[in-house]
Design a protein around this ligand. Structure first.
Ligand code: AMP
Length: 216
């Protein structure tokens, strides 16, 4: 089953994707995580991506599309995948449709995580991430068991550089201009499943999971 996650930055795509990944046993592929990993490792891709990410801008399609096409062609994606943070532009969506189409495949579901802009701005200030394993928490809605420490690997949590107020506003504007049109794109294909991003993630995922059934 091939699933993409839609929704504004900070809507909770990553959390939902990770729950769906556990539930369906499919790899969770986050382009943001791939870029952050490359930045940490000082790769050429990381150096290029960092200059855009730090400003809250999208990394250009030419650096992003091939990366995703290669990743979803790997063995662990044979049964499907959960794409989180890609596509983010109509160009990227078309590139994905084409890449899958060449193999006679298609995206089965686009899960749209819905949260108001006001909530996003307030919640992003509370987001904390694990710099080691990438797990994501929130000071109020999803706190780690021990304050400031990752439940999964025990590393000290940090705040992302692009979660500061000004950068968040810029990222939201870019979302409305460039990414939101994807809802109509996937709606035309009849594959949108909506999920509220401001309620209990486990409960909401449990509600939509039965709708996500294997297609031929
Ligand atoms: P995320 O972790 O998904 O919020 O992504 C963090 C940042 O990585 C974004 O603000 C972009 O700068 C970059 N990024 C992630 N995915 C993409 C994508 N599909 N296209 C362009 N830039 C991306």
């Amino acid at each position: 089953m091939k699933i993409i996650m839609l929704g504004a930055p900070g809507a909770g795509k990553g959390t939902m994707a990770s729950r769906l990944s556990e539930r369906f046993g499919l790899p969770h592929i986050s382009t943001g995580d791939i870029f952050r990993e490359n930045i940490k490792n000082g790769t050429e891709l990381g150096k290029k991506a960092k200059s855009y990410m730090d400003q809250g801008l999208l990394v250009p399609d030419e650096l992003t599309c091939d990366l995703v096409t290669d990743r979803i062609g790997q063995d662990d994606c044979k049964k499907g995948f959960i794409l989180d943070g890609f596509p983010r532009t109509i160009n990227q969506a078309e590139a994905l449709t084409d890449a899958l189409g060449k193999k006679g495949q298609q995206i089965d579901y686009a899960v749209n995580v819905i949260v108001s802009d006001e909530k996003i701005v307030s919640r992003m200030s509370g987001r904390r991430v694990c710099p080691k394993c990438g797990a994501s928490y929130h000071l109020v809605t999803l706190p780690p068991k021990a304050e400031g420490i990752c439940d999964k690997c025990g590393t000290e949590l940090t705040q992302r550089a692009d979660d500061d107020a000004e950068t968040v506003k810029k990222r939201l504007n870019i979302y409305h201009e460039q990414t939101e049109p994807l809802i109509a794109y996937y709606n035309n294909l009849g594959i949108i499943v909506e999920i509220p991003g401001d309620k209990n993630a486990d409960e909401e995922v449990a509600k939509i999971a039965p709708l996500l059934v294997e297609k031929d």
